[in-house]
Design a protein around this ligand. Structure first.
Ligand SMILES: [Zn+2]
Ligand SMILES: [Zn+2]
Length: 320
C-alpha cells in the first residue's frame, strides 16, 4: 500500500535544456492520474517508463501554458497509439474548446471517447467518488481561474488472517462478510469473534496538489491534515514582492500553508529559472516547516504512513 507520486516537471514558465514545466503522475490504488501536463510531459512519461495507456483521468489546474501545453500532444499520441479506453479531462471551462479547436483544425478525431468535466474555481467540488477514493478540486488564488486537487483514499475493508480462517474451516464465500467486520458462526452455532480473524487495514492516505497560487489561508483549510501537500514555491524570500505581484508563492509561504494545514509532509516546486541553486528553496521552507522536500524531476516519492521514500527514475545516461 502507499501512494506513488512521480514528478515529471517542476519548473515554472518555460522548459529549459534540462527542466520541464509542471506535470505529475499520481498512482493511487492501482489507478494512474496525470496532474497538469506541461510541454514535454509525454517525453517525461516515456523516460519514467510509465505505461501511458493506464492514464484514464487528467487534471488541469489552469490555462497558463506551463501547465497544459503538453496536453494536445499527449491526446494526439493516445490516438496514434490506438487507444480505445475512455479518457476524462478535468479543467477550466475553456479547455474543451481549446483542445477540440486544435483537433478540428487538423481535420482529425480521437480513436477513444474523450470526456471533459469543467472545474469550478470559486468553490470546492467533488470530481470523482468511487468505493476506493474521492478526488475533489479546491479554489486557488492566481491571475486566472485556478484550482488545486485533493486525492483521498477511502478506508479499506479489514485484513483477513487466512491462516486463522483456514484453521476454523471458513469457506471463501464468507470472507466478504468477515472483511466487513462481522463475526463468523460455524454449523454448531459457535461464534468466532471478528478480531481473531482480521486485523485493522492500513489507514487511508491523501495527497493535495496546490499549483499556481499566492499565499492564502484558505488553502490550508481545504487540505487540512493531508499526508502530502505539494505547494508551488516559485520564488525565495528575496523576490517576495515579485511573488505577490505575479500571484505566486515563496518557499516560506508554501511552508506556512503546510504548517497551518497540519500536513505531514510538504513537497515544493514550480521553481523560477532565475534560481540556479534549488537548495535555497528547501532551506527557507525548512525554517517554517521541517518535513519538506524539494521536487526533483523524474523522481518518485512513495508516501507511506512511515514516511516518504525517494527513488530516481531517470534513465541511465547511455539509454536511448
Ligand atoms: Zn505556472
Ligand atoms: Zn499560472
Amino acid at each position: 500500500m502507499g501512494l506513488d507520486l512521480i514528478i515529471l516537471g517542476a519548473a515554472s514558465a518555460t522548459p529549459t535544456s534540462n527542466q520541464f514545466t509542471t506535470a505529475q503522475l499520481l498512482k493511487m490504488r492501482e489507478h494512474y492520474f496525470l496532474i497538469d501536463c506541461g510541454e514535454g510531459t509525454q517525453k517525461q512519461l516515456r523516460r519514467s517508463k510509465t505505461k501511458f495507456s493506464r492514464i484514464n483521468h487528467i487534471f488541469i489546474s489552469h490555462l497558463h501554458g506551463d501547465h497544459f501545453f503538453g496536453l494536445v500532444g499527449l491526446l494526439s499520441s493516445f490516438h496514434l497509439l490506438g487507444r480505445t479506453a475512455p479518457l476524462t479531462i478535468y479543467g477550466p471551462p475553456k479547455l474543451k474548446d481549446i483542445i477540440l479547436t486544435q483537433f478540428r483544425a487538423a481535420g482529425t478525431f480521437t480513436s477513444y471517447p474523450m470526456h471533459f468535466v469543467v472545474t469550478q474555481h470559486k468553490v470546492p467540488q467533488v470530481l470523482v467518488d468511487t468505493d476506493a477514493y474521492t478526488i475533489s478540486s479546491f479554489p486557488l488564488k492566481h491571475r486566472i481561474a485556478t484550482t488545486g486537487f485533493l486525492f483521498k483514499e477511502k478506508p479499506l475493508k479489514r485484513t483477513l488472517n487466512k491462516e486463522v480462517a483456514d484453521a476454523h474451516g471458513i469457506p471463501v464465500c464468507d470472507y466478504h462478510w468477515i472483511k466487513d467486520g462481522k463475526n463468523w458462526t460455524n454449523d454448531d452455532g459457535e461464534e468466532v469473534q471478528n478480531d481473531l480473524l482480521t486485523s485493522d487495514p492500513p489507514k487511508p492516505l491523501s495527497y493535495a496538489f496546490a499549483s499556481d497560487t499566492m499565499y492564502t489561508a484558505d488553502t490550508a483549510e481545504y487540505v487540512k491534515e493531508v499526508d502530502l501537500l505539494y505547494h508551488e514555491s516559485t520564488f525565495c524570500e528575496d523576490k517576495k514582492a515579485r511573488a505577490k505581484q505575479t500571484m505566486h508563492s515563496t518557499a516560506a509561504q508554501a511552508a506556512t500553508v503546510a504548517k497551518e494545514a497540519a500536513a505531514k509532509h510538504l513537497l515544493i516546486g514550480h521553481y523560477s529559472a532565475r534560481y540556479a541553486d534549488k537548495s535555497k528553496f528547501e532551506e527557507e521552507a525548512k525554517a517554517v516547516f521541517p518535513n519538506v522536500f524539494a521536487a526533483r524531476e523524474l523522481y518518485q516519492y512513495r508516501l507511506e504512513h512511515s514516511g516518504i521514500k525517494i527513488k530516481s527514475l531517470a534513465p541511465e545516461k547511455n539509454e536511448k
